[in-house]
Design a protein around this ligand. Structure first.
Ligand code: SAH
Ligand code: SF4
Length: 420
């Protein structure tokens, strides 16, 4: 989502202001640091980065801080680092052209309605496009700062989404990634009540776009994975067979104190349903270890879900207490040592599972969409189920979907030869 926000800002600055992108820090007239605040680490990195940019930048170059850390720290960023010229929150990025020349402007209204905006166009990869379908989040997971930085949830009208995808397809994109914090809750909140469209219906509308061949989406919430949605996922050939099902914890009592709204049994049942309806699908997940009150038993429940579902991809984190969240005030915070040991155990077991999964790919055939030239005469792309592929080839492969046979496996990627 941050990558897409950055693209939006670049587009606005390209179209309405005399800015273009540079990779050379010393050439830049404007440096924008687009931030995350989900965990503490990126926040502390921000201030050291401001220092580095300030040291090496051109004398009059401006520095702007945008994104979620901008939303929650606001003017304190300028107090702590007066070299910063403006602060623009995650929900306010459409205002980039309004703040760029306003010294010490701070725009961080989390309920600003951006839903009808039309940004200029910029895509970092011409073969794929990312399109926001909703903003903000209506959940209140007790560990999560996102509702405080991205505000109330609002869905973007489906005709605007379709228009944006059609524009991207006309300029060469065959794949779209639909974006939202709570993407399959789409349609619950529109600013105008002119539309009734849920996520499943939106997927059906999007898949009618001619020339669009692949649809991905992130992040869905396990709670909203009803049968209707999973059946659409399994049967619609344009929907890529890769789904993120963020677990967070395998313990039902911890899930309750995280306020996730589902139990261990519901989660396993949804994953079994995906495996049953769509055996070729890959499932990825997010897991937090060391959430306040996490006992050895709770952690073993998480390990148990890992064994049962055998996720193809795992993003795992040590719990990080965040401002504006309930869990930061909970008793029984877990020590860094215990969290660290649990994270190591979880990741080590997942690595074994992943090795087994990837070894089993030898000789398999996948349809791969090639979208990037790599060094050494290689081209990379992704299979429908999200696996990263490298093959020998040239730009002729770019933008094409080809059948590839796996000739070499490794944990992170597969190598193969193009069959047809
Ligand atoms: N909307 C997405 C989550 C976005 S945040 C969802 O519900 O899945 C991305 C991931 O960061 C979360 O899934 C969670 O695993 C992790 N995360 C969020 N807050 C965290 C915290 N305080 N400490 C550690 N990890 C956190
Ligand atoms: Fe955060 Fe929960 Fe919303 Fe995801 S669903 S963004 S974890 S509050």
């Amino acid at each position: 989502m941050n990558v897409r926000d950055s693209e939006h800002m670049i587009a606005e600055l390209n179209c309405k202001e005399p800015y273009e992108l540079t990779q050379e820090l010393k050439e830049a007239d404007l440096i924008i640091i687009n931030t995350c605040s989900v965990r503490e680490k990126p926040v502390s990195k921000l201030f050291s980065e401001i220092g580095v940019f300030n040291k090496f930048k051109k004398k009059d170059a401006k520095i702007g801080v945008t994104g979620c850390t901008a939303s929650h720290l606001g003017k304190d960023i300028i107090k702590r680092a007066p070299v910063v010229d403006f602060v623009l929150g995650a929900r306010n990025i459409s205002k980039i052209t309004q703040v760029v020349d306003k010294r010490h402007a701070v725009e961080i209204d989390i309920n600003y309605d951006d839903s009808s905006y039309a940004f200029g166009e910029y895509r970092s990869n011409g073969f794929k496009s990312m399109v926001n379908i909703s903003m903000g989040c209506d959940k209140s997971c007790t560990y999560c700062i996102v509702p405080a930085t991205r505000g109330d949830e609002v869905s973007i009208p489906s005709n605007l989404i379709i228009n944006e995808i059609e524009k991207a397809v006309k300029t060469g994109a065959k794949e779209v990634m639909l974006l939202g914090q709570n993407v399959n809750n789409y349609g619950k909140y529109f600013t105008a009540n002119d539309e009734k469209c849920n996520f499943t219906k939106l997927l059906q509308k999007v898949s009618k776009i001619e020339g669009l061949e692949r649809i991905r989406f992130t992040s869905p919430h396990p709670l909203h994975m009803d049968d209707e949605f999973l059946e659409e996922f399994a049967s619609n050939p344009k929907l890529c067979k890769q789904i993120h099902v963020p677990l967070q914890s395998g313990s039902s009592s911890l899930l309750k104190s995280m306020r996730r709204g589902y139990s261990k049994e519901w989660f396993i049942n949804r994953c079994e349903k995906i495996r049953e309806l769509c055996p070729e699908a890959t499932i990825s997940t997010d897991i937090i270890v060391g959430f306040p009150g996490e006992s050895e038993e709770d952690f073993e429940d998480t390990m148990d879900v890992l064994e049962k579902v055998r996720f193809e991809q795992l993003f795992s984190f040590k719990y990080s207490p965040r401002p504006h969240t309930d869990a930061a005030e909970f008793d029984r915070q877990i020590s860094n040592e215990v969290s660290g040991a649990r994270l190591t155990k979880l990741q080590a077991r997942h690595t074994e599972i992943l090795d087994e999964i990837m070894d089993g790919q030898m000789g398999a055939e996948h349809m791969v969409y090639f979208d990037e030239l790599k060094a050494g005469g290689k081209v990379s792309g992704r299979s429908d189920d999200g696996k990263l592929f490298f093959v020998e080839g040239s730009e002729e492969l770019l933008g094409k979907i080809k059948k590839v046979k796996v000739t070499k496996t490794s944990r992170g990627a597969l190598e193969g030869i193009v069959c047809a």
